[in-house]
Design a protein around this ligand. Sequence first.
Ligand SMILES: Cc1cc2nc3c(=O)[nH]c(=O)nc-3n(C[C@H](O)[C@H](O)[C@H](O)COP(=O)(O)O)c2cc1C
Length: 219
Amino acid sequence: MTNAQSMGPLRIGLIVGSTRPGRRGTAIARWAMEVAERHEAVRVGDAVCTLVDLAEQELPLLDEPVPALFGDYRRPHTLRWAAVVDACDAFVFVTPDYNRSIPAALKNGIDYLYAEWADKVAGVLSYGVRGGTRAADHLRAILTEVRTVVVPTEVALSIFTDFDFTGADSGDPTAGRFVPADGREAELSAMLTEIVTWSRAGRPVDQARVAADQAELVS
Ligand SMILES: Cc1cc2nc3c(=O)[nH]c(=O)nc-3n(C[C@H](O)[C@H](O)[C@H](O)COP(=O)(O)O)c2cc1C
C-alpha cells in the first residue's frame, strides 16, 4: 500500500506538540487549521486536515515492553494513539522550542509508534523566541528515524514578531495574542502544497527494509 493508493482525500493530521496548560500551541494550531481550510487541495476535496491534540491522548512516559519497530503494542493507550496516527496519511507537526529541542511529550508520542509514522510525509511548523528552529531541526532528525519524510519548506514563528503584546503585563510570561506576521499564511500554504505533492507521489512501504531494521535491533 502506498499513500498514493489510499482511497479518498489525503488525510493530514495537524499534531499539537505541546501539552501544558495555557500553551500557545493551541492558538497557532487553530490558525494553521484555518489556513489549511483555505488551501486549494482542501477546498477541492483532495485533502482534509484534522487536529490531533497530543494532550488529549494522555500518554504516560513510554511504558511499552517491546520497541515500536516490532509493532507489538500491549497498552490500551498505545493502541488508541496508534489508531489516531494510522488514520493520517501525512502530518503537520506544530512544535515549540523547549530548551533547544521539542517538548518531551512530543518525543514520547513519536517514540510510542513506528509503522504508523513510516513512509508518510510531514511538515514542521515551529515557534519560539527564535522561531523554534532548533526544535525543528531536532524533529527532522527524529522523524527520519521513524521513516517519516519531512518536506524542506518550514514555518518558523517568533514569539516576538508573530504575537501582539499590546497592553500586556511585561512581567507575565504567558502574555501575548497570536497575530501571524504578513506572509505566514503563504509560507504555511507552500508547505501544505509540498506535503500534498510529495504524498501523491507515493512511497512504497518496503517490508524487507523493516525486517532488516528489526534484525539489527535484536542482534
Ligand atoms: C520548558 C520550556 C523551555 C523553553 N525553552 C526555549 C528555548 O530553548 N528556546 C526558545 O526559543 N523558547 C523556549 N521556550 C519558550 C517557548 O518557546 C514559548 O514559551 C512557547 O510559547 C512554548 O510553547 P507552548 O506555549 O505551546 O507550550 C521554552 C519554554 C518552556 C516552557
